[in-house]
Ligand binder design. Structure first.
Ligand SMILES: C[S@@+](CC[C@H](N)C(=O)[O-])C[C@H]1O[C@@H](n2cnc3c(N)ncnc32)[C@H](O)[C@@H]1O
Length: 276
């Protein structure tokens, strides 16, 4: 019998964490990597799952790593301005950002995901100076926990919001605005061409048909978030292709070099703040 951990109790949506884990583990063995994540390489070996089915998802492999790198850079910038911050990764999956960033000495670092995911995370990557929260990001209990520190708060949602209906995402952002004023949030937005096309996505299409989540929304203009609540301020927008650059094949770089390609095919990583 295998002593590896089986992820078969998690939902199709939660199993997308295996794509990002796989991507970072593959990157670890490359000669010129976008990022180095030894924990991803270690965790992948301990999970009983057919990761080989993602081997053909070359764009997603690079894209997931470029996205994680861009998030890391944005988080480090925030930490340089707010060394006493409270960091909350919502939908953390098995991402080892806390370890990857050398366990920053912040006021508190929380990794939140659904209980069945946190159970696996606790087995494979136990808490050290960070803390795990087994909860849905749509509940407000975790907001009460992080607010109590009375410190600058950074909320990180990587590869998460895209799978929920736009009205739920909007409601979530309004709830954060009202419960965590003065916080900052970083998240990613899928490009318009991806919406409703999960079945063609190189990695997502490998998830079982019945369970596969869908990319459900985007915004044409990132300024739209400022209309969702009066306290929302758009701080920055970064395009994923600018980070991935030569790690992507030439033909997709050509597409990203056009206005059409940038708008319709490129992922955006957005930072917004809630200004009380
Ligand atoms: C694509 S994975 C991203 C994981 C991680 N952020 C990363 O980049 O490796 C999406 C994650 O969102 C989590 N998730 C889905 N619904 C959630 C919810 N309601 N509350 C918290 N996390 C949720 C899943 O369990 C999964 O870990």
């Amino acid at each position: 019998m295998s002593d590896k951990i089986s992820p078969d109790k998690i939902s199709g949506l939660s199993s997308t964490l295996l794509i990002t884990l796989w991507a970072k583990a593959v990157e670890y063995d490359k000669p010129n990597p976008l990022l180095k994540d030894p924990e991803a390489a270690r965790l992948k070996k301990q999970i009983d799952y057919d990761f080989q089915k993602f081997n053909s998802a070359r764009l997603s492999q690079v894209g997931c790593c470029g996205r994680a790198k861009l998030f890391d850079q944005q988080i480090l910038t925030f930490l340089s301005q707010h060394p006493d911050a409270v960091i909350v990764q919502l939908g953390a999956g098995l991402d080892a950002r806390f370890e990857r960033l050398n366990r920053p000495k912040v006021t508190a670092w929380y990794d939140l995901d659904l209980p069945e995911v946190i159970a696996i995370r606790r087995q494979l990557l136990p808490e050290t100076d960070n803390q795990y929260l087994a909860d849905s990001l749509f509940n407000t209990d975790w907001m009460n926990t992080v607010r109590q520190h009375n410190k600058p708060i950074l909320l990180i949602l990587e590869g998460v919001l895209m799978f929920f209906p736009k009205d739920e995402v909007k409601h979530f952002i309004v709830t954060v605005a009202e419960n965590l004023p003065n916080s900052t949030m970083i998240f990613d937005i899928v490009p318009p061409m991806a919406v409703g096309r999960g079945q063609y996505h190189d990695a997502l299409k490998k998830i079982d048909n019945q369970a596969r989540p869908e990319f459900t929304w985007t915004v044409q203009n990132s300024q739209e978030f400022e209309t969702w609540h009066p306290s929302v301020k758009l701080d920055s927008v970064h395009y994923l292709s600018d980070t991935c650059q030569s790690h992507y094949p030439w033909w997709i770089r050509l597409l990203y070099a056009t206005r059409w390609g940038k708008h319709n095919l490129d992922m955006r990583i957005v930072t917004i703040s809630f200004v009380a």
